[in-house]
Ligand binder design. Structure first.
Ligand code: ATP
Length: 370
């Protein structure tokens, strides 16, 4: 019996989660997968009624469950960032997830490329280091100053001595990659490659310019490549952007440092057909992962039955795989493809179904697949 913590959240999050739970029910009907769901109502309504985001005892309950399934957070009545920081980031920090997974698979007829060949990519984004550590400052003059950002009780102070005048107001951002951070990132990427029988890992960086952080990262990946007996390929991020549009089928497991991962995973989302079919997960080996669609709460279409539930359903499939039900995960993913092929979709993909009807269509395919 797997325990799933469910946070429907706001807007279309609630609708796509409901549709996904129906698919999980269908999976449970004809497989060894059994689950209990505990619902949490963190989100805009709660924040607007009592000013709270997520409580400590809820965070503990989340980490005690086998997986966290999240719809979307965000509401026009709440200042941007409040729910993202107060709920999403706190959950991620609490769970200690340092890997963001964004699979990108060719879905029937949805790839915008002119003549696509079949591709099946695992984007693995490092999610705790690099240029997204909050180590930045906007400064309006010369002199010595502290960086102003404290992380893990460590304060970094930078002194600057400007001998050339005049000095313009400036800002800077520091990127850091630690050896242990690179090691756990590389371990994750190579173990995915090993488990999926891939013959190489592609590491995306800009080691010709940012030599410090990406130089270290390369050394670590080289050592891991030998340890796992799996080839390592380097791609500069600019060349990778072109290659992904030209020939995504060339790649399999793609390891991306935080900043470049943020950008290229969105390119990946478009390659497979956009927000309506793009799932994501935040994970760490041996820990509770959080699974969610890439899209947000989309207030413009909330409550109208227009939301495409496939991204959330595919996130549920990732969750199944993470908690040990890979075959069931593949069945769900194939069921989504079957619905797309048959035109049993919401209007964004050209179909006529409502959110709940599209969810039921996938559940029916899952039932028929056994
Ligand atoms: P965010 O929370 O990321 O700041 P958002 O919730 O306003 O943004 P996005 O998720 O980025 O919106 O989506 C942008 C637009 O794409 C939405 O306003 C909506 O019109 C459309 N969209 C997003 N997700 C879906 C979906 N699952 N089904 C159909 N349309 C969608």
């Amino acid at each position: 019996m797997r325990r799933i913590a469910v946070l429907p959240g706001d807007g279309i999050g609630k609708e796509v989660v409901e549709a996904s739970m129906g698919v999980l029910d269908a999976v449970a009907e004809n497989s060894s997968f059994a689950f209990s769901a505990e619902y949490f109502d963190a989100g805009a309504e709660r924040y607007l009624s009592d000013g709270s985001t997520i409580h400590d005892d809820e965070l503990r309950a989340l980490s005690a469950s086998d997986a966290v399934f999240l719809g979307a957070l965000g509401d026009p009545r709440v200042k941007p960032g409040v729910l993202e920081k107060g709920v999403l980031i706190r959950i991620r920090t609490h769970l200690g997830t340092y890997i963001n997974l964004r699979p990108v698979r060719m879905r029937p007829g949805l790839c915008p490329l002119r003549d696509p060949r079949h591709f099946d990519l695992d984007f693995i984004r490092e999610n705790s280091e690099d240029f997204y550590m909050g180590l930045g400052l906007e400064a309006d003059g010369p002199g010595a100053f502290g960086l102003g950002s404290v992380r893990d009780n460590a304060r970094i102070d930078i002194s600057m001595d400007f001998s050339v005048e005049p000095v313009q107001p400036f800002g800077f951002e520091v990127g850091i990659i630690t050896r242990s951070g690179a090691e756990r990132f590389a371990d994750y990427a190579f173990s995915v490659a090993r488990d999926k029988g891939r013959d190489k890992v592609t590491l995306v960086d800009k080691a010709n310019v940012c030599t410090g952080i990406y130089g270290l990262q390369r050394k670590v990946f080289e050592a891991k490549s030998e340890e796992y007996g799996i080839d390592l390929e380097y791609m500069y991020v600019d060349a990778m952007a072109m290659a992904l549009v030209r020939a995504p089928q060339r790649f399999g497991v793609v390891a991306l440092p935080n900043l470049f991962g943020d950008v290229l995973t969105d390119l990946g989302a478009e390659l497979q057909g956009g927000l309506g079919v793009s799932p994501s997960a935040n994970v760490r080996p041996g820990g509770t992962g959080m699974f969610e669609p890439v899209h947000g709460s989309a207030p413009d279409i909330a409550g109208k039955g227009l939301a495409n539930p496939f991204a959330a359903i595919l996130a549920a499939a990732m969750m199944l795989s993470d908690i040990g039900f890979r075959e069931e995960a593949d069945r769900v993913s194939d069921a989504v493809d079957a619905c797309i092929s048959k035109g049993r979709t919401t209007p964004d993909l050209g179909g006529k179904l409502s959110t709940s009807e599209a969810g039921k269509a996938v559940a029916d395919e899952v039932r028929a697949s056994k």
